[in-house]
Structures are given as structure tokens and as C-alpha cells.
Ligand binder design. Structure first.
Ligand code: SF4
Ligand code: SF4
Ligand code: SF4
Length: 271
């Protein structure tokens, strides 16, 4: 698959269809791929694709929106690209998607086994159907806990959060140049790292990505202290589907629920 990918990239650059290719190259060993930017046909042999290429490359698109980009896209990336197009963060005409057949990736912490949620991904070959929004066993088990148990669980998890913001930085739909977490007029978050402030950060971030998050797991993969953020992203994907019938990233047209509600719709709910 690498040779085929390199050939596509070579043609795109040689014919000047794109200015740069965003893809993956070998990382510091064979078990790690890492993002790479290639702007010369001579360098395309660096491109690889395998189960260790985990990053969601769509995260780079908003900041490079003014140039023509060829992007290697797994299904997770493809869904994020669709959300970014909908949100006018990237002009569709500036993106050439190099859609690869994804057979699943190995996430951090388990260097051999394909992520079990990848195994259950119906999108692998079509890029059109999604299933995870219907819920997973992990989410169903979590939903059975009492409020107190849920609170205790997240207290234990966010106790070790460093507030490094790697989760936000790795997230394709967290592209705000002026994130609430850094504002000081007014100050939403105390700079001091504490369980309460850590939880507040992630709670607000998850509200902001509700209905836009594609459950790609890039945030969880970036977290240096192993906080199971995908438990939240799977839950909000399920809620978005059950409450609004919405599945993120399934197309380039349908507006996310929180950006398409009608005034009357809200009033009706309140009354
Ligand atoms: S990546 Fe992990 S440690 Fe860093 S802010 Fe996010 S949840 Fe906290
Ligand atoms: S799973 Fe995490 S990184 Fe991916 S879109 Fe959702 S919040 Fe962002
Ligand atoms: S957490 Fe909210 S404000 Fe910050 S980058 Fe993400 S969406 Fe924007």
C-alpha cells in the first residue's frame, strides 16, 4: 500500500495539484508512525501507512487553509475533515483527500492489538456508515453507575490530569485561536492545576465538541497520563444520536445539532 500511496502523492505534487502532502512517516522505530509534511516529489518515499499511524491528521487543516493540501485520511480523519468543511474551517476545493483503506490502528498503551473500536468500525471500507454512536459496552456500563459513582470515577481520573492541553491540541474540532481555557478576562479556569479545575476544563471542552466530535480518540491517544477520554466522547456521540439523530462526520452537509437549532424548538422544550 505504501508504494501506491507514494505514487499518488508524487503525481499530486508533480502536477502541482497540491502544495503539500500531509501524511505519515516512520517514527523513531517501526512501532511508531508520525505526521509528516511533504512538499517535494523527491521526498514522497518517506510516506508510509500502517497500523501505527494513529494521529488524526485533520488537526492540521485549519491552520493551513490557504494552501492546497493533499491529506492521507483514515476513516477517523475523513469524518473530521467533513466536520471542518461544514464549519467553514477549510475550503473544500483546497483539500485533496487520499482515502486509504484503514484496517484499524494500534493506540497508545497497546502496541500489538488493533483498537477494538476500530475492529467494530463499519466505516473501514465505505466511509459512509458509522455504528459506534449506537453505544458501546463501556458506555452502557458507565450509564448504570449512580451519580455519586460517576463523580467518584472522574475525580480519580482527573486527579492526575496535568492540564497540558494535549487533548485539545490533538483534536481537529478544537481549533479556536482563543480557547476559553486561556482567557483571563473573564477568567474561566484557575491556572492552578486541581481536580476541580481539571474536570471543569474537560467538561466545558466536551460541551464545545458535542455533536462535532467524531470519536476519533486522538485526544485520548495524546493524553500523557492515560485519562479515558473516549468514555466521554463515545457517550456524547451516543447522546447526539439519541437526542438529535445526528452522527458526526457522516456527510459534509448536515449541520451539527447545536449550530442548527431553532428558537421555537428551544422555547417549546422549555415550556
Ligand atoms: S491531555 Fe490528559 S493530562 Fe493533558 S489536559 Fe488533557 S486530560 Fe489533562
Ligand atoms: S475524539 Fe477527542 S480528538 Fe477526536 S474529535 Fe472527539 S474530542 Fe476531538
Ligand atoms: S475547548 Fe472549546 S474554546 Fe477551547 S479550543 Fe476547544 S472548542 Fe475551542
Amino acid at each position: 500500500m505504501n508504494k501506491e500511496l507514494q505514487e499518488i502523492a508524487r503525481n499530486l505534487l508533480t502536477e502541482k495539484t497540491v502544495d503539500v502532502i500531509i501524511g505519515y512517516e516512520k517514527g523513531y522505530d517501526d512501532l511508531h508512525g508520525r505526521p509528516v509534511f511533504i512538499d517535494s516529489p523527491e521526498d514522497v518515499d518517506k510516506l508510509i501507512i500502517n497500523k501505527y499511524c494513529t494521529n488524526n491528521l485533520a488537526v492540521y487543516l485549519p491552520i493551513h487553509r490557504k494552501i492546497k493540501i493533499g491529506i492521507v485520511a483514515k476513516v477517523c480523519d475523513l469524518k473530521s475533515i467533513r466536520e471542518l468543511i461544514k464549519e467553514h474551517q477549510i475550503p473544500k476545493e483546497n483539500v485533496v483527500i487520499i482515502d486509504i483503506v484503514c484496517e484499524g490502528v494500534v493506540r497508545k498503551g497497546d502496541i500489538e492489538q488493533i483498537d477494538e473500536r476500530c475492529v467494530g468500525c463499519d466505516d473501514k471500507y465505505q466511509g459512509t456508515k458509522a455504528q459506534r454512536h449506537k453505544g458501546t459496552k463501556a458506555v452502557e456500563d458507565f450509564e448504570k453507575l449512580s451519580s455519586k459513582e460517576k463523580g467518584n470515577f472522574w475525580d480519580r481520573e482527573f486527579e492526575r490530569c496535568l492540564r497540558c492541553y494535549a487533548c485539545r491540541q490533538a483534536c481537529p474540532v478544537c481549533y479556536c485561536p482563543d480557547c476559553f481555557a486561556q482567557r483571563n478576562m473573564p477568567e474561566y479556569l484557575n491556572a492552578k492545576v486541581s481536580t476541580e479545575e481539571n474536570k471543569k476544563f474537560q467538561m466545558v471542552r466536551m460541551q464545545h465538541v458535542f455533536g462535532r466530535c467524531t470519536d476519533c480518540r486522538a485526544c485520548e491517544n495524546a493524553c500523557p497520563v492515560g485519562i479515558p477520554l473516549s468514555l466521554i466522547t463515545m457517550k456524547i456521540a451516543k447522546d447526539a444520536f439519541e437526542l438529535f439523530g445526528y452522527v458526526s462526520g457522516i456527510d459534509e452537509e448536515t449541520r451539527p445539532p447545536l449550530s442548527s437549532f431553532l428558537k421555537d424548538e428551544v422555547l417549546e422544550e422549555i415550556m
